[in-house]
Every structure is written in C-alpha cells, then in structure tokens.
Design a protein around this ligand. Structure first.
Ligand code: PLP
Length: 449
C-alpha cells in the first residue's frame, strides 16, 4: 500500500471509526497504524514494516497467520451452507462435529457444548445457565457468582460485571446484581510481604470467607481464569488452585473456569484446567478455538449441569443468531485438527514453553524488571523504578505504555497493563523466533530505562 492511501485511510478511520478499548480523542490526534497483511507470526503495516506479533492478535491466532487450510475450510463451507442456525430442531454437520471434537478434548465429565459468537457471549451464557441450574434444583436463592478483582470476562454487561476491572465498572454500571469479587492471586502486586505459597493459600481463604459471609445457600458459582490474562498474565502461586479446589469441595458451589485465553494450548495442555487438574462444571471458550480466523465461542457444559437442564425440559430461552455458525464451526474444527496433526500442544509443553521460560527469565536481570514470569506461551514482565525494593515508576511516566510503544517501533507487538508487559504469541513459534522476541523486548527495555 502506498503512502497516499495510508493517509486517506487514516483520515477516514479518524472520521468514522470508533475503536474498541481506545481513547477516541488521542486516536483522533495520533492516527492509526494500518495493518495490511500477515504471515506466520508476523504482521505487516502500510509502511512496509514487519512486526512480530507477540500477542497473537488478541491472544487468539494460535496457529499463526496465513493458514491456507483454514481459508479452504471456510471457502468449502460457505459454498455448501454459509449460514444456518441451530434453533429449535435443526442442526448441521460442522456444529455437530465440532461439538463432538470439543467434548473429546475436554476434561472427562464434560460432554456438551452450547455455542456462542464470542467469549463475552459465552460468559453471559454461563450466568444464565448457573442460575437456571440452581432454580431447577429447587434452590433459586443460589444466585450469587463469586469472581475476582482484576479478572476479565468480556465486554457485554454480564461479562463486564463478572470481570473485576474497576474502570469498566465505573463507566459501564450499573453492574448485574448478584456478582461479588474477591482478591486476585497476584503475588508480585499484592503479596510480596509473604511467601508465594502462603499468599496463594490466603487468596483461596478469601473465597471461603466470602462464601461464609454470603451464606453457601446464596452462592451459585465461582468463576476464574486459570491464569488471569488481560489482568496482567497473572500466574497464581502453586498453592492457589489446590486450595481453591479444597474450598469448593467443602461447599456446594459450581466451578466455572474461563478458558477463553488459556484454552487451546496456551498453557501446554488443551485447556488450562488440565494444567491445574481442575474439573470445571462449565468452561467458556472462544479465541484460539478458531485461531481467531472467524468469531466463535461457546460454553463446555459438564454432565452435572447439562443433565439437569435436559431432564427438566422446557425451553432454555437463550441463544444467538450465530450460535454454532456453520462456517465458523468448520474453521474451528479444521483448526483443532491441524493443532492435533501438528502436535502443537506438545510443541508448547515440551519445547517452546520451557524455552520461553528460560529466555524470558533472563530479562529478570534487567535493571527495570522486577519480575519475569511465564507459563506455556504466556508471559509478563513487571517494570520497576527500583529493583532493590520493587518500587514502581511514578504513574505519570506511564512506563508500561512507553515500553509498549518502543516495542512497536522496534517491530514487536507486546501489551501493557499499567507497568506490566504481556506476551502471548502464536503457539507455532520456533525457538529462533523466541530469541527474536526476547531481543526486541530487551531493546525496548533498554530504551525505556
Ligand atoms: N474471557 C476472557 C478470559 C478473555 O480474555 C476475554 C477476551 O479477552 C473474554 C472472556 C471475552 O471474549 P470476547 O472478546 O471474545 O468477547
């Protein structure tokens, strides 16, 4: 794309396009970078710059860009049946085959899928389902869902309410009633006065305290991401999930594990739940399900909930025009088949995950890095002004955003949440490409310092 076209598109973009999660005023002043095409793990802009996509788009392009097999799956399906729905008593092969495949891959007690168009819709579905489940069970007072501060569960009203992002609540309120938040297991940010083990246990104890405060008879479910993604790639201390499991075992409360980011190989297993040996009742999914090639999400529903809903009978008044969209489902199915055929999960678990851990941890020695953590192919860096005591930069410096912008200039997409830098690259990355990612991040850290 030549320069004049770039300018024209930027002007039109300013004039007509409101971007998600964007300061509209700042965008109006600065203009957007125009991404023209992508291949493998790289995106390219209209100035011809090649940029390593350290975020796999938005944590979703797990198989990387330019996969002809996925284009073919979409084309073939669009020719045959581009759209039809699954309402009432119709269905079609892509949705059925995808549902079967997902249930094969999921933890053992999960044998049903409810499809949605996105992760947010999946979490709306979760809220409807858990409340209906307890009503069917004759316990309609069990309606409260306990979530965590700084969690991200989507941008619809229900997703935003389940999430624990204070700025979203402030703008988007009033939130859906009957959702409570407990502290997050963010050791670097909130727990450094004690050992990670003790802190993990304390965070799990906060769940039990909240259940007791609300009364078990009022609590429907606990929802959490295995590793908090948008909150800062927060990997909980090893003690956290076993302690949470023990709390849930003592109380009759459903476990919802939001797999929208951690699902489909990010942590080196098909699902994050498998990494942490969790047996969820419900698992919202999206993103990597289709490697982001087309929008599709869903909720994997465990037998306990599914069988109650089925047995009760009566219509579940919920669904979306694009639930189980045949073209999206065909692409998702091909995506899962390719991941299987290419051994992508093993590649993350045994090769590039451990290699990223090794190379990423070297950045912990950098003068402005307080902690470097990673698991599978998700990682983060905590920027600090004073390495000795972990003191943060003055907020007015916006060090994280500066580092993010410098990464972009050097040719690396990385994300900043405050002064936490995040990577979540395509899973098909090679070791050499990890070396490149680490070198680019180091360069930007040097420039930020
Ligand atoms: N849940 C988690 C854990 C997410 O990270 C996201 C999106 O980033 C969502 C839900 C919402 O998904 P979507 O943006 O597809 O609605």
């Amino acid at each position: 794309m030549n320069q004049p076209q770039t300018g024209e598109l930027q002007a039109l973009d300013r004039a007509h396009h409101l971007h998600p999660f964007t300061d509209f005023k700042a965008l109006g002043e600065e203009g957007s970078r125009i991404i023209t095409h992508a291949e493998g793990i790289y995106i390219y802009d209209s100035e011809g710059q090649r940029i390593l996509d350290g975020m796999a788009g938005l944590w979703c392009v797990n198989l990387g860009y330019g996969r002809q097999e996925l284009v073919d799956a979409a084309t073939e399906q669009m020719r045959q049946l581009p759209y039809y729905n699954n309402f009432f008593k119709t269905t079609h092969e892509p949705a059925v085959r995808l549902a079967e495949k997902l249930c094969q891959l999921a933890p053992s007690d999960i044998n049903r899928v409810f499809f949605t168009g996105s992760g947010s819709e999946a979490n709306d579905t979760v809220l409807r389902m858990v409340r209906r489940y307890w009503a069917i069970k004759g316990r309609p007072r069990k309606r409260v869902v306990i979530a965590r501060e700084n969690a991200y569960h989507g941008s619809t009203i229900a997703g935003m309410s389940l999430g624990g992002m204070a700025p979203m609540h402030a703008q988007g309120g009033p939130c859906v009633p009957g959702i409570e938040h407990i502290r997050q297991p963010y050791w670097f940010g909130e727990g450094r006065d004690q050992s990670p083990t003790a802190f993990g246990q304390e965070c799990a104890a906060a769940l039990e305290a909240k259940i007791l405060e609300l009364g078990e008879d009022n609590v429907a479910a606990f929802i959490a991401e295995p590793v908090q993604g948008a909150g800062g790639a927060i990997i909980p201390p090893d003690s956290y999930w076993p302690a949470i499991k023990a709390v849930l075992a003592r109380h009759d409360i459903l476990l919802v594990v939001d797999e929208v980011i951690c699902g489909f190989g990010r942590l080196g297993e098909w699902f994050g739940s498998q990494h942490y040996a969790l047996q969820p009742d419900l698992m919202p999914i999206a993103k990597g399900l289709s490697s982001g090639y087309l929008p599709i999400g869903g909720v994997l529903v465990g037998d306990r909930v599914a069988e109650a809903l089925i047995e009760e009978g009566g219509e579940f008044f919920h669904g979306f025009t694009y639930s189980g969209h045949p073209t999206c489902a065909a692409v998702a199915l091909r995506n899962l088949e390719l991941m299987e055929r290419e051994g992508v999960i093993q590649h993350v678990r045994e090769d590039v995950g451990p290699y990223l851990a090794k190379r990423w941890s070297e950045l912990a020695e950098h003068p402005i890095v307080g902690e470097a953590r990673s698991l599978g192919l998700i990682g983060s860096l905590e920027l600090v002004a004073d390495k000795a005591n972990g003191e943060r930069f003055d907020k007015s410096l916006a060090a994280g955003n500066l580092c993010r912008d410098l990464c972009f200039q050097h040719g690396l997409v990385i994300r900043s949440v405050g002064d936490t830098m995040i990577v979540s690259p395509p899973l098909v990355m090679t070791r050499e490409q990890i070396d490149e990612l680490v070198a680019l991040a180091r360069q930007a850290l040097d420039d930020t310092a």
